[in-house]
Design a protein around this ligand. Structure first.
Ligand code: AMP
Length: 191
């Protein structure tokens, strides 16, 4: 089973991805987490990515795609949940090619829909409540991340709609309700 979780920053993709991991034993591939690990390990890649991430811009495709290729090729899993990838059309097309080469195919793209204003207030709360807020967790950077989302990431929506892979879930409800709806969609795969 291969699923993409897609939605704006702060929509709850990470939380929902973890629930799917527990429920369906999929391997989570979060490019944001992988990049933060590289920064924590002070690797060359991490150094390159940090200032881009701190501005809320997208890290270059070649860096992201080589991380994904590496994960897919060196994994025993046959089921994956992508969270935060793909983030533009080029990445979506490259993913299709990689899956084809590995004889895998995408089952479902779940869009978690949340309005901008709610995302901004969620981030404001996160910053207030957390001593360990991410270095890209502030209102100004979030606004840029939202801008990048609307400019680049949302472009993948028509791509997956055309392939009849996309379903929309209302993300402006409790974590439980959102995850119940996601499970219904996942259980429908192949039905
Ligand atoms: P996330 O944790 O998914 O919100 O990602 C945090 C930051 O990492 C983003 O704002 C981007 O700077 C970078 N990033 C994560 N995934 C990607 C991706 N697929 N393509 C480009 N940049 C990414």
């Amino acid at each position: 089973m291969i699923i993409i979780l897609f939605g704006p920053p702060g929509a709850g993709k990470g939380t929902q991805a973890q629930r799917l991991v527990e429920r369906y034993r999929l391997k989570q591939i979060s490019t944001g987490d992988m990049l933060r690990d590289s920064i924590a390990n002070e690797s060359e890649l991490g150094r390159k990515a940090k200032s881009i991430m701190d501005r809320g811009e997208l890290v270059p495709d070649e860096i992201i795609l080589s991380m994904i290729r590496d994960k897919l090729e060196n994994s025993d899993y046959k089921g994956f949940i992508f969270d935060g990838f793909p983030r533009n059309l080029e990445q979506a097309e490259a993913l299709d090619e990689m899956l084809l080469q590995l004889n895998l195919s995408l089952d479902l793209v779940i869009e978690i829909v949340v309005e901008d204003q709610l995302l901004i207030s969620r981030i404001q709360n996160r910053v207030r409540e957390s001593k360990n807020a991410r270095s890209d967790d502030n209102e100004e950077v979030l606004k840029n991340r939202l801008h990048v989302y609307h400019q680049s990431t949302e472009m993948i929506k028509p791509y997956y709609l055309k392939k009849k892979k996309l379903v929309e879930i209302d993300g402006m409800r409790s974590i439980e309700k959102v995850s119940n709806d996601i499970e219904i969609q996942v259980n429908n795969i192949g039905a």
